[in-house]
Design a protein around this ligand. Structure first.
Ligand code: SF4
Ligand code: MG
Length: 331
């Protein structure tokens, strides 16, 4: 598959005070292929939203690079180049209400990007384009003259989607776009996103806090823990054969509708709280909660490796140099 984005050792640290940095994203590497949905998953505070924003360049990277179509967007750029990137990469937010200006009509909210990027020449073109977008997301042109508060949560998310689409982007980061919606509305929004992807060849980074939410929509999934990437695989591989103990635990917590399978299944309980990203554990960050932790895990940070084709993991269990202790214990 053709790469659209190549994220290399990306870091985003926030300065807390003189001596402390919050290492929200601390060295993640993965590719996003053209036309795919890449699901990014992890508990709240794991850095997934910060990762999404840094990939979009809404935050400046502390270190590392994001290549979009072969060009590092975090390297110094001309104003014109930046404008092009901004147009190609858009965001859909978790809380559509907070992200829509309450004093603007829906029409003007949707047209903002069109105006900024000078995509139309006449007022009529602008109106036509907005009406077309409203229709694309399942609203109608009368909705354009109204204000965000007049709409339901699901409709507001449709407005947010129309706004993102207005500049004809190639890549969209959707940060928990359905988490705040009623379950009955979630499927509608997901179906809309799928339809738009098929029609326009869009590429998505779909951020969610639980694996069951991204299962059906993602081609590939990445699991983050405390600013690091634990595992990346195709959805099928990840769900069928999770390698990282953290992924295994997350998956074991998802209820399965088949009672037979549910009964025979082992639930893996991860003890304790997520440690602070200001002062993360040495070695493997998951070691304070990992049921398989070995001596080496506190000393050496696990390497990010492609253990099988298209299946990446950061865990010493998959490194023959280090897993003797584990094998001995398992005997
Ligand atoms: Fe667990 Fe060690 Fe693997 Fe980390 S490296 S996930 S602590 S076994
Ligand atoms: Mg978040």
């Amino acid at each position: 598959s053709e790469k659209l984005l190549e994220i290399k050792d990306l870091k985003k640290h926030f300065k807390m005070d003189r001596n402390n940095y919050l290492k929200a994203v601390d060295g993640i590497s993965f590719d996003i292929y053209k036309g795919e949905t890449f699901g990014l998953v992890g508990e709240s505070g794991c850095g997934k939203s910060t990762a999404g924003r840094t990939i979009l360049r809404l935050y400046e990277a502390t270190e590392g690079s994001v290549d979009f179509g072969g060009v590092n967007i975090h390297a110094k750029k001309s104003r014109k180049d930046l404008k092009t990137f901004n147009r190609n990469m858009q965001m859909i937010f978790q809380d559509p209400y907070a992200s829509l200006n309450p004093r603007m009509t829906v029409k003007d909210i949707i047209a903002e990007g069109i105006d900024i990027h000078g995509l139309v020449k006449t007022k009529k073109e602008r109106t036509d384009r907005v009406n077309e977008l409203l229709e694309t997301v399942g609203l109608n042109k009368d909705h354009g003259n109204r204000y965000p508060h007049e709409f339901s949560g699901g409709q507001r998310q449709r407005i947010g989607i129309a706004r993102a689409l207005a500049v004809d982007p190639q890549f969209i980061v959707a940060d928990e776009p359905i988490s705040a919606l009623d379950v009955s509305i979630q499927a509608q929004v997901v179906n809309l996103l799928k339809k738009l992807q098929d029609e326009r060849g869009l590429t998505y980074l779909f951020i969610a806090h639980d694996l069951s939410m991204v299962k059906h929509i993602s081609d590939r999934v990445g699991v983050m823990y405390l600013g690091n990437m634990a595992e990346v695989a195709t959805s099928d591989d990840l769900y069928a054969e999770p390698l990282h103990p953290y992924t295994q635990a997350l998956l074991s917590a998802i209820p399965i509708s088949d009672p037979e399978v549910e009964r025979s299944r082992e639930r893996i309980i991860v003890e304790g709280d997520v440690p602070s990203p200001i002062n993360p554990p040495s070695g493997c960050r998951f070691r304070t909660r990992c049921p398989h932790a070995m001596d080496i895990c506190s000393k050496v940070e696990p390497e990010w490796q492609e253990y099988k084709q298209e299946h990446w993991v950061a865990c010493h269990l998959y490194n023959d140099k280090y897993n003797d202790e584990y094998k001995a214990r398992e005997k």
